[in-house]
Design a protein around this ligand. Structure first.
Ligand SMILES: Cc1cc2nc3c(=O)[nH]c(=O)nc-3n(C[C@H](O)[C@H](O)[C@H](O)COP(=O)(O)OP(=O)(O)OC[C@H]3O[C@@H](n4cnc5c(N)ncnc54)[C@H](O)[C@@H]3O)c2cc1C
Length: 539
């Protein structure tokens, strides 16, 4: 089956939905998403969006905070324009129906770690959910947008797919759409588009513990890399120090975030002997920056062979705890943990990918016709470490820029004249060996957690690289012989992302921002020695 459209958008988080709405005013849009339309990282974002709103804040302060967090690797021009475009994007979200929390009819602004001013626009502690609701409601009123749920983008269409046609052997230069598996009908659709926008979110599921929902398997980065697009800075994975530890099946794990505010409220981290340990690592103890707290917890766990540490707020007033943290209280209560009387088992968890598909100011990738926005993209604004609440902002700012770019340039773009072949699954068989997938997935997540997590070393990366190569070979063989299904596609993409993270981590011979290695514990201060942006494409 073949469908043609002007613009194909892959993903229905904030980036995909926002761009679909804006582009629909001048072009036909198909938006495919692999599960239900609201299932996305966006839906779980709690804190909010950073923007300069208050009179005592300034663009310079927000720019400076972002650059300090980025540990010397931010693209400063991009940071400047991100921050300057912020307030306008908040207005756009409000105009599209988002209800942010107000105080005396003005936006209520929170402060988060690393921000020198109150600038976090939020909808209580469910900001992402409210944004998804508003954007999905808006889209339901726009006939020019066709949303296709349960449609899994498998691979991008490029010159590589033109077997036996002119250009067949040339290096991929263009993207002409994607092959998409309709998972309900079990059928692969060929969607041919003038322009394709990847808005597929993050890759936290590559790790054993992650705050990211099950959809975050890095499909966009893997597809783009296979298609020949440039990727970069994938060593910079942000780990949130405290997510709720639970011992469910490994493949189901999507850890609930225990917000920084609990430590801000006086929560104390204890090891399995009941000892407070943060003073050994930083004078700011529990209030040290995220990466320091995450490394301290990781060290305690690795030293002692434990699975989790404890976050204790039982010394605080029980009623106040319930008032300040109603969601956390309710979530833990549901798991038989009364946080007013018992410490909370917590573990760091993969939270955000600062790297991704390399894009320019207008979200253009290195392939013509392919754009990337949101967490899947590497815009350069986060450098080596993301400032809290800058990711939703980045997603909206670059989604808006793609629209502005396409508004001027889409008329000059034509559909490909090539005959794009149908998806070829001849010679493949339906498999009842799903255990191969679940086992390999567990193995991958565990080895990425143990060897390529918060603290790395050359030896660990080398071990991990060899094991991931084995998994790659086994899964590719299985993929070539088997009729595709979603978990196989996800595993394949997760393995590709894992190998890209390892490769990037091996390339960076220093510790900087979110990348810490015991072999090169120091920051290379000389720009001449530092790989500024760690970018590469498939050779
Ligand atoms: C628990 C949590 C809290 C957070 N809190 C904040 C916060 O307070 N502030 C902040 O700025 N950031 C926060 N973040 C980060 C932020 O939520 C994400 O970076 C952002 O939502 C990413 O948006 P996105 O549109 O790029 O991707 P997502 O929202 O993840 O959407 C990706 C979409 O792509 C679809 N998709 C993926 N692969 C395929 C495929 N192969 N085929 C078809 N569809 C596909 C998915 O189903 C999904 O619809 C948080 C993240 C988490 C997990």
């Amino acid at each position: 089956m073949e469908i043609k459209t002007d613009v194909l958008i892959i993903g229905s988080g904030i980036a995909g939905l926002f761009s679909a709405i804006k582009i629909s005013s001048f072009a036909d849009v198909i938006l495919v998403t692999k599960k239900e339309k609201n299932e996305s990282n966006t839906n779980y974002a709690q804190g909010g969006i950073a923007a300069v709103i208050s009179g005592d804040d300034s663009f310079d302060k927000h720019i400076n905070d972002t650059i300090v967090a980025g540990a010397g690797l931010c693209n400063e021009e991009e940071v400047k324009s991100l921050v300057e475009d912020g307030p306008g994007c908040i207005n756009d979200l409000i105009e599209l129906g988002t209800h942010f929390t107000l105080e005396e009819e003005k936006l209520h602004l929170l402060k988060e770690g690393g921000h020198s001013k109150n600038r976090i626009v939020h909808a209580h502690d469910l900001t992402g959910k409210e944004i998804e609701r508003a954007l999905i409601d808006k889209i339901s009123t726009i006939p020019g947008i066709r949303i296709m749920e349960n449609c899994f983008a498998i691979d991008l269409i490029t010159e590589h797919n033109l077997k036996n046609q002119k250009n067949a052997e040339s290096t991929p230069r263009h993207c002409w759409g994607a092959y998409v598996q309709n998972s309900k009908l079990n059928r692969v659709i060929k969607i041919i588009s003038k322009v394709t926008i990847l808005a597929t979110g993050g890759l936290g599921q590559v790790y054993l513990h992650t705050t990211n929902p099950a959809i975050a398997t890095g499909d966009g980065v893997a597809m783009a890399y296979r298609a020949g697009a440039k990727v970069g800075n994938l060593e910079f994975i942000q780990f949130h120090p405290t997510s709720l530890y639970h011992s469910g099946p490994v493949t189901d794990r999507h850890s609930f975030l225990i917000s920084e505010a609990v430590r801000g409220f006086g929560g104390i981290l204890l090891n399995s002997s009941g000892e407070a340990f943060m003073q050994k690592y930083d004078t700011r103890k529990e209030l040290a920056p995220r990466d320091i707290v995450a490394r301290a917890i990781d060290n305690e766990l690795k030293k002692r062979g434990d699975d989790f540490v404890l976050l204790d707020i039982t010394h605080k007033n029980g009623e106040e705890i319930k008032t300040h943290f109603p969601n956390i209280y309710a979530k833990c209560r549901g798991l038989n943990i009364d946080i007013t009387a018992q410490p909370i088992p917590v573990v760091p968890a993969a939270h955000y990918s600062c790297g991704g598909i390399v894009v320019d100011h207008f979200a253009k990738t290195s392939l013509k016709g392919l754009f990337a926005i949101g967490e899947v993209a590497m815009t350069g604004v986060h450098g080596a470490n993301r400032l809290a609440s800058n990711s939703l902002l980045e997603a909206v700012v670059y989604a808006k820029r793609v629209c502005e770019y396409l508004k001027l340039n889409l008329v000059k773009t034509e559909q490909t004249k090539h005959i794009i072949p149908d998806w070829d699954d001849s010679g493949t068989l339906t498999s009842d060996e799903k255990v191969l997938i679940s086992h390999s997935q567990k193995e991958l997540k565990q080895l990425m957690w143990d060897y390529v997590g918060i603290v790395r070393s050359d030896l660990r990366l080398n071990f991990a690289g060899r094991r991931v190569n084995n998994l790659y070979t086994e899964v590719e063989e299985f993929y070539k012989k088997t009729k595709i299904f979603d978990s196989l596609l996800e595993l394949r993409d997760m393995i590709t992302c894992a190998s890209l993270i390892i490769k990037s981590a091996e390339m960076r011979k220093e510790s900087r921002g979110l990348h810490f290695t015991t072999d090169y514990p120091d920051y290379l201060r000389s720009p001449k020695d530092t790989i500024l942006q760690n970018t590469f494409h498939r050779s």
